[in-house]
Design a protein. Structure first.
Length: 142
């Protein structure tokens, strides 16, 4: 008999903390203080760390990178190629609340199912990507 309910997976706090710890270590290695966020599958903040010296605006940006990655199921850096040749989308994207279209946010998936996302902010977006990717590697997802 088929269930009338969907089963949703979510990243447990213990794994979110493991990803944050690995991301913090990478940020220390590259000497850039970061704000790092892990959201659950619905884009709600699960675990967050702002390293000493990380920019204040990085708090919101890191969270929004994770929210963008969960909301659309793709890394934030993929947005540029997605919209660059589509004028209506490129013009409309800046008006989407909390959407981030540069690197540093990645979905966290188990198979094809979204369980959360990671977002990092503090340096150039390429540095943010390295830090977020370190978090994914800690979960054996890269």
């Amino acid at each position: 008999m088929e269930s009338a309910y969907l089963k949703k997976l979510s990243i447990p706090a213990s794994l979110a903390q493991k990803a944050i710890a690995a991301a913090v270590e990478k940020a220390k290695e590259i000497k850039i203080p970061m704000a790092i966020a892990i959201c659950d599958e619905a884009g709600n903040l699960k675990v967050f760390e702002r390293m000493d010296g990380a920019p204040l605006l990085g708090i919101e940006i890191a969270i929004n990178k994770a929210k963008t990655a969960t909301g659309f199921g793709m890394p934030t850096h993929a947005w540029h190629d997605f919209i660059k040749n589509d004028a209506p989308l490129a013009l409309g994207a800046p008006h989407i609340k909390d959407l981030v279209i540069f690197g540093g946010g990645y979905p966290i998936k188990v198979g094809d199912q979204m369980v959360g996302a990671i977002g990092a902010c503090g340096g150039h977006y390429t540095d943010d990507m390295k830090v977020a990717e370190a978090g994914l590697r800690a979960l054996n997802l890269l």
